[in-house]
Design a protein around this ligand. Sequence first.
Ligand code: FAD
Length: 426
Amino acid sequence: MRLVVIGGVAAGLSAAARARRADPSLEILVLEKTDSISYSACGLPYFIEGRVQPLNRLVRYTAEKFARERGVNVRTGAEVAAIEHARRQVALAGGERIHYDKLVIATGARIDRSVLGGSDQPHVLALHTLADASRMDAFLRDRPLKQATIVGGGYIGIESAEALRARGLAVEMFESSAHLLGRDDAALTDLLVKHLATFGVTVRLNTRLKQAPDEGLVLLAAGYRPNVELATEAGVQLGATGAIEVTDRMETTLGGIFAAGDCAESRHLVTGRPTWIPLGTTANKMGRVAGANAAGQRDRFPGIVGTSIVRVCGLGVGLTGLSEAQARHEGFDPRAAIVQSGDRAHYFHGRPVRVELVADKRTGRLLGGCIVGEHEVAGRVNVIATALHARMRVDEFEHLDLAYAPPFAPVWDPLLVAARQLMKQL
Ligand SMILES: Cc1cc2nc3c(=O)[nH]c(=O)nc-3n(C[C@H](O)[C@H](O)[C@H](O)COP(=O)(O)OP(=O)(O)OC[C@H]3O[C@@H](n4cnc5c(N)ncnc54)[C@H](O)[C@@H]3O)c2cc1C
């Protein structure tokens, strides 16, 4: 039995490692087209900022180390050009054919450069891979640049804006929609635009930049698409999101072929519908499940609630579930409460934290939340995420037994204060 995995980062290596544990006798081969595997793309903005150095600190395993410690062979520089499922083989770009019994597609996502005219110029960069980061760092070192233009107001654009400010550049960010962070939330966007402005980042919302400016550094952080061409050419079906359709066992519509990570959809547990929210945390979990099932075990990935966290010039922003506007769009009858409160006792230097909770008036069910603050943002958004997984109602959430001691939290946690406010509207 041979398992072949296409893609050697989060989802692919999680799948391979889990398959190895599930079946020590399985032959496993990971094929990665670039020369690097197992790196944290999430750390790239902090390398550009100068906080994480050198770049290879972001690399967890080399191919040799993965073989030695995880018992899995990885071939780098091995691009899969086609999947020939009828013969159970993949064709490499050089023509070599490799047989598989089970296949995991973990090809990730990429930036579609066609969203910006002139994006083939050398000063138009992306920040997606180690090579991209290295290129951007060299570009910044070699030139006395004053200005950066960022295309895209998602978390990569925003984290990069902070990094480029730290490198001394003035930053202008263009976002084609009315929102930042892909969250349909006008009040949050307004807050973030004002906050970014105080750090020298100018945001232009509702502005689709058609052509790259001629000067400065241009970062293309928009137009993310799942890498699905290999899969579709092999006959694997895509879902409505444009990513690969999978079951909760991460199996595609072709038996024996699994998909995981940024190339695959997942189920949104609040809406119940398929969604495409490509994140490293999800990629690792999906990969584990795909690997277990490909190796003959039974495991399932129930889905996600859309949790993320991002640093915005010193401010933590945690998001989970749906905003009020998104909830309305999904057919709920949403109500929202926003409270501004201290994140710990005032005599322990409590700082303001903004908590928003969204719930459905018809059922009282919690639908989403957002935390903006300086401390404990991850902890608080994770409480909301847990409640979303448990399909909690606000009247249940209001009575959660949350921790209190003056150095950590106020006696009434801001989450509970927000829940109490929300109850008044339900
Ligand atoms: C700047 C940045 C910051 C991020 N920050 C966060 C964060 O803070 N939190 C978070 O949860 N997520 C974050 N992410 C997202 C996270 O990095 C991705 O979700 C994760 O890397 C997806 O893993 P993956 O294995 O699905 O895909 P990838 O990491 O994209 O790996 C896919 C691999 O497949 C290879 N491949 C593709 N096609 C072929 C082929 N035909 N043959 C062989 N190999 C192929 C590619 O070369 C690539 O190495 C960030 C991403 C970026 C770019």
